[in-house]
Design a protein around this ligand. Structure first.
Ligand code: TRP
Length: 334
């Protein structure tokens, strides 16, 4: 008897739903989650998992919480990772726009480019885009001009090379391992080439299209260069152990562009703090959720840098880091 009553109630309830009383409330499959929770929805898209991007994402979310945007309570957060595949990026961004999310947070250059490729309406806040103008995301850093703004990690090849020449002054030939498909890398490499010219250093390029080419690229430089440099490259950052293994065995100093790449075995960098960058991105996202206009919100450039070294790598390859640098550097080998 009890069972029947329950069944009957269920049938009645379904009838109410399917006859669609109150037209607006009819669940539309596309928009199901949003309607069900009735909370603003944020889509977070990240190109690939590597320690730096993960740190950024965690701190964006932390900052959003601090500003009252709590997943499941005041907002809904849908996080997706593209496993370094551009087709995945496109599918993810298409689903965010099809579901008419309220905000897209795009972590790293390729994600931001994919998001903007799908919508010129939904606001996008990007994070850690090295060269937003070069990547054609904004008209200018001061006046983005459209539905997109965010934070930039102003990576300087010159600063990193100044440090490299203090640690290993005899660099005559420097290898450059990077992805030709990442604008963020290409713009830093262009700066490296300018710098190298002024110091009479030859740049030997070892470019890659995807992570499967990394080992071969690193190998091609052995015996041919005095040091190797990598810019802020997502593909390189997600395959550090492979490169470090090849270069450390050959005792070649490897200068990189991010703290996480030093933690993963690179010798040294003069780089941005990504905890601070993540928090700054979270604040900008909160402003946009509160109604600010992306078109007139300047891109925030994180230009404060710090020296990071890996003492274990230095010991392994037999390099002595000068005392003046050791004193101000953070050792990430522990
Ligand atoms: N700046 C990179 C971009 O524009 C993203 C990035 C942030 C990154 N931190 C990193 C890349 C550390 C490599 C390593 O896409």
């Amino acid at each position: 008897m009890k069972k029947i009553a329950v069944l009957l109630m269920a049938v009645m309830l379904m009838t109410v739903v399917f006859t669609g009383c109150g037209g607006e409330d009819v669940p539309n499959t596309d928009n199901k989650d949003k309607v069900a929770s009735d909370l603003p929805t944020i889509g977070i898209v990240q190109i690939v998992e590597h320690p730096s991007l993960d740190t950024i994402r965690e701190n964006i979310i932390k900052q959003l919480v601090d500003e009252g945007f709590i997943d499941g309570e005041t907002v809904k957060i849908d996080y997706k990772n593209a496993q370094n595949d551009t087709n995945n990026l496109k599918t993810i961004c298409q689903s965010f726009t099809a579901n008419n999310y309220d905000l897209i947070i795009a972590i790293a250059t390729p994600s931001a480019q994919a998001a903007l490729g799908e919508t010129t309406e939904i606001p996008i806040v990007f994070s850690a885009v090295t060269d937003p103008v070069g990547a054609k995301l904004v008209d200018s850093m001061e006046n983005p001009g459209g539905n997109i703004t965010g934070t930039s990690d102003a990576v300087s090849a010159s600063k990193i090379m100044d440090l490299a020449l203090q640690i290993t002054p005899d660099i005559k030939k420097i290898g450059a391992i990077y992805s030709t498909g990442e604008v963020n890398s290409v713009s830093v490499i262009n700066e490296l080439k300018q710098y190298a010219k002024t110091k009479d250093i030859e740049v030997v390029e070892a470019t890659i299209m995807n992570s499967s080419e990394i080992q071969q690229a690193a190998q091609s430089l052995i015996g041919n260069v005095d040091a190797v440099f990598s810019p802020i490259d997502n593909t390189v950052a997600s395959s550090m152990p492979t490169i470090v293994d090849v270069l450390n065995k050959a005792k070649i100093p490897y200068y990189v562009a991010a703290d996480s790449m030093v933690a993963d075995g690179g010798l040294a960098t003069d780089g941005v703090n990504y905890v601070a960058l993540g928090k700054a991105t979270g604040s900008m996202a909160a402003e946009v959720l509160n109604g600010a206009d992306t078109a007139t919100m300047p891109v925030q450039v994180m230009s404060d840098t710090q020296i990071y070294i890996n003492k274990k790598t230095a010991d392994d390859i037999g390099i002595k880091i000068p005392k003046e640098i050791l004193e101000k550097a953070t050792d990430l080998s522990e």
